[in-house]
Design a protein around this ligand. Structure first.
Ligand code: NAD
Length: 419
């Protein structure tokens, strides 16, 4: 998918064969074996990867996933998307991603710690604040990033918090990282509504998911823009199905957060008691709202359900990664629904990760307001570049975002004399 999307835009931009060749594949890949002593005294060997797709604009940046189905191809695609995300956000970083084939739920805390340290033992020569800066992702946490940073620091003999981001606040993390992605989603929504001449205080939204991204998107939409959130949908871990929580007069996301567990499951008994209606999991999609924010999982709007979207919907903000399939895109183009593509819409997280490593390098930490103001500037500029490209070349916003990103990376390579 990553290569197919790139090919389409590369053809439109008429990139040369050599430039295309270098951007279709990662610059570097590391395949490592990580021996870990288990608590019962036995040894287990885990397979890990780090892929550095492109570093023309700066050190590579991207998470490390611990997942039983991890493959080198997944890591390659995710590293490629990180290159485009950092470029569209115009932060001086390239794209990277890492992974280990493991189900972290099967490990004890001490085994997890030895695996994290083992990954660094294999990779420390090839990562660093000026080389490649990992972060948490699926299956990895802030605490694990703390262990990894500690191991790197021990190996190079110098306190180096900037080698990894997503660390806990107080342990080298940045204020604002928790809310960054959801907050950023709404900055891009604000900019889109301005261009569409829609008053946000008259605007209603329905959201898929109620985890980290969705919770802060819901809160920011109300607190910053004065909009109304009428529905959120989430997975219920206990019933193993999804439900939509709705209220025509608007939901209070701060109250909902207080009855949501750390996995993003809302307590439906308490929700009902508060007068919130609990509906079918798919109901969020067909609400009569102006704005949809898919912020749960990939492929949530597909050929099979896209026609259920209300004719009132004017804007879709992709908080999740890859929530709309190409068939859904075709429908949005036909119906003239504006889409804020994922790697622009959810770039707030990587922008504040970048701020975290900047603060680490300076050994000086910003207040929350400073972080959010700088985030706002970066995302507003990013949105403007994509909107301007879409208007100038008369292309779909997703392709425009690719064009902005690819243009910047190509320019970075050219300025360094790579071709
Ligand atoms: P999360 O685990 O905190 O929350 C996920 C939410 O989605 C939960 O409320 C869960 O109940 C819900 N969900 C899962 N499956 C569902 C289903 N089938 N139907 C309805 N709801 C379902 O995750 P998150 O950090 O909020 O991330 C959400 C998306 O945003 C992911 O695609 C992630 O890759 C992307 N993203 C996250 C960040 C970040 O900083 N957290 C940054 C960029 C992109």
């Amino acid at each position: 998918m990553a290569q197919r999307q790139f090919d389409e835009v590369a053809a439109e931009l008429q990139l040369s064969d050599n430039v295309t060749k270098i951007l279709r594949w990662p610059l570097r890949e590391f395949h490592v074996q990580i021996p870990v002593q288990m608590d019962d005294g036995t040894m287990q060997v885990f397979r890990g990867y780090r892929v550095q797709h492109n570093d023309a604009r700066g050190p590579c940046k991207g998470g490390i996933r611990f997942h039983p189905d991890e493959t080198i191809d997944t890591v390659r695609a995710l590293a490629t998307w990180m290159t485009w995300k950092c470029a569209v956000a115009d932060i001086p970083l390239g794209g990277g991603k890492g992974g280990v084939i493991v189900d972290p739920a099967t490990l004890t805390d001490s085994e997890k710690q030895r695996l994290c340290r083992g990954w660094i033992d294999q990779m420390w020569r090839n990562i660093g604040p000026r080389l490649d800066i990992p972060a948490p992702d699926v299956g990895t946490t802030a605490r694990m990033m703390g262990w990894m940073m500690d191991q790197y620091t021990k190996l190079i003999g110098e306190f180096t918090p900037g080698v990894i981001t997503g660390k806990p606040v107080g342990g080298g993390g940045s204020k604002g990282r928790t809310e960054a992605t959801g907050y950023g989603v709404i900055i891009t929504v604000r900019e889109a509504l301005k261009r569409l001449a829609i008053d946000p205080t008259e605007c209603t939204a329905s959201i898929h998911g109620f985890g980290n991204v969705a919770q802060y998107a819901a809160r920011t939409f109300i607190e910053l823009l004065g909009g109304k959130v009428v529905a959120v949908s989430c997975w219920d871990r206990h019933d193993r199905t999804s439900y939509t929580y709705a209220h025509a007069d608007g939901l209070d996301p701060v109250y909902l957060q207080s009855i949501t567990d750390i996995y993003g499951t809302i307590d439906k008994t308490k929700a009902r008691a508060a007068g919130i209606s609990v509906e079918d999991g798919d109901a969020w999609l067909s609400k009569d709202v102006d704005l949809l924010i898919p912020a749960a999982i990939e492929a949530s709007i597909t050929k099979g359900n896209v026609e259920r979207i209300s004719p009132q919907v004017k804007l879709i903000a992709e908080g999740a990664n890859g929530p709309c399939t190409p068939d859904a895109d075709a429908y949005f183009i036909e119906k003239k629904i504006t889409v804020i593509p994922d790697f622009l819409c959810n770039a707030g997280g990587v922008i504040v990760s970048y701020f975290e490593s900047v603060q680490n390098d300076m050994n000086y930490y910003w207040e929350l307001e400073e972080v959010l103001t700088k985030l706002d500037q970066k995302l507003t500029n990013a949105f403007e570049s994509v909107w301007e490209m879409a208007s100038r070349r008369d292309v779909y916003t997703r392709n425009a975002a690719y064009m902005v990103a690819i243009d910047r990376v190509v320019q970075g390579m050219s300025l360094r004399g790579w071709f």
